[in-house]
Design a binder for this molecule. Sequence first.
Ligand code: BG6
Length: 515
Amino acid sequence: MSGLSHKSPPPCAIVIFGANGDLTKRLIVPALYNMARTGLLPPRLALIGVDHNDKTSAQWQADLRSFLEGTLAKGGEGDTGKLDETLWNPIAADMTFLKGDFEKPETYQDLKNLLAQIDKDRDLKGNVLFYLATADRFFSTIAGKLGEAGLVSQDTADNKNAGFRRLIVEKPFGHDLQSARDLNSCLLKYLKEDQIYRIDHFLGKETVQNIMALRFANGLFEPIWNRDRIDHIQITVSESIGIETRGSFYEKTGALRDMVPNHLFQLLAMIAMEPPVSFEAEDVRAKKAEIFKAVHPLTLQDVVRGQYDTGVVGGEAVKAYRQEDNVAKDSTAETYVAMRLMIDNWRWAGVPFYLRTGKRLNIRSSEIAIRFKQAPLALFRDTPVEELDADWLILRIQPDEGIRLRFNAKRPGPAMALESVSMRFNYKDYFNQAPAVGYETLIYDCLTGDATLFQRADQVEEAWGLVEPVLQGWANTTPRHFPNYVAGSQGPSAANDLLARDGRSWREIRILGGK
Ligand code: BG6
């Protein structure tokens, strides 16, 4: 992420815990395949899959291949629809499946022996990336057992030139402040901070990375990126899907834990952080951490929760949350959350940030909308007030990725009448995007030791600390009006009240085609 050109990662082994899981099939292996296409894989790579099932290496490889073929056949953007043997075969040539119980020390001894053998055969220079693609309840156990087996020590007294040992940890990183602290201290018992790569997959999205380019590679925006010029900022991550097959997970998690301290706060940090002195990991992460420290403590009055009822999404009738599989009939889990945040620093004092996210909203649409202050409009006193819109800069994260600038223009004709118009930049009009699942940059960065796009321990804890009072407050009060929004709508009306109190309103959640 930090450099302009890319360097080839060193030879290494990637050990995937949870080798038979969904994440491995849907994201990790397709990402490796895409990386082969763009030349981002190490010259020598051994894949080791660890899981508890009985499976041979050949079966594991065949399963992954057939899943990948299925995905490619669906034909994503830029995909040919077929597996390219020249890309797949070098990956497949070096795949080993290790049957093992994550809780048993023997698994780690077997892994140690296997790694030593593979390293010798393939000259991998001792480099190993461990990928925790398991359920989160195994994170501490696996990290601890790797540590006890001596598998994560990079430099030892008798081996100063051991290769790198890195660990990727997936989301969720804890479920509240205490559990995040516990997980951090467990990982930090055996690993140093710079060996740990905590993934937030939103940071793998090109449009999210582009926020830094937009802000810091252009002289235009930074001078107006502050409380003098900006009225408020809205961050929306709207999903039309429901909770799919994740009822049990969602019952324990809810929208706040699932989306806010991680994805939404990462967007917030990208938009609000001070310019770093470089794109080196420590410089960027330090600036992000400052934002979390400056957020004013949240109270329950700043936050609204919602849960979807039956409704129609994309023309199809859908169930209420309480009718989904593995969900209690009187569940109080929230599927929507909206909040108002203030950042206490010189740049942002007095500028509200409104965040919202929800399932089963009308469409899938994520954007950051920056509303500039209204110009003094005395000159246009004859224009009806509803036609005088302020200027907006809209960063579209997904879909229809791009940037819009809305401003006022004179409508042709003899009168000085105004209309809000829009200038558009669409990613796909300018760049040919290589097929990607969104994990390619993240895995590549980890292989090359660049932690810029990963979360540091303090960031994770600050973020959980911010939502902690809300989690506790909600745990002590039963939401009386659940379900409180119709599936296919824009969320509960209470979310509108949150902005109406400030004399503002949410942007409509819609696809930004046309004008
Ligand atoms: C995940 C959440 O982290 O992000 C899901 O657990 C959510 O509930 C998903 O649907 C959204 O990510 P994306 O990339 O599909 O927008």
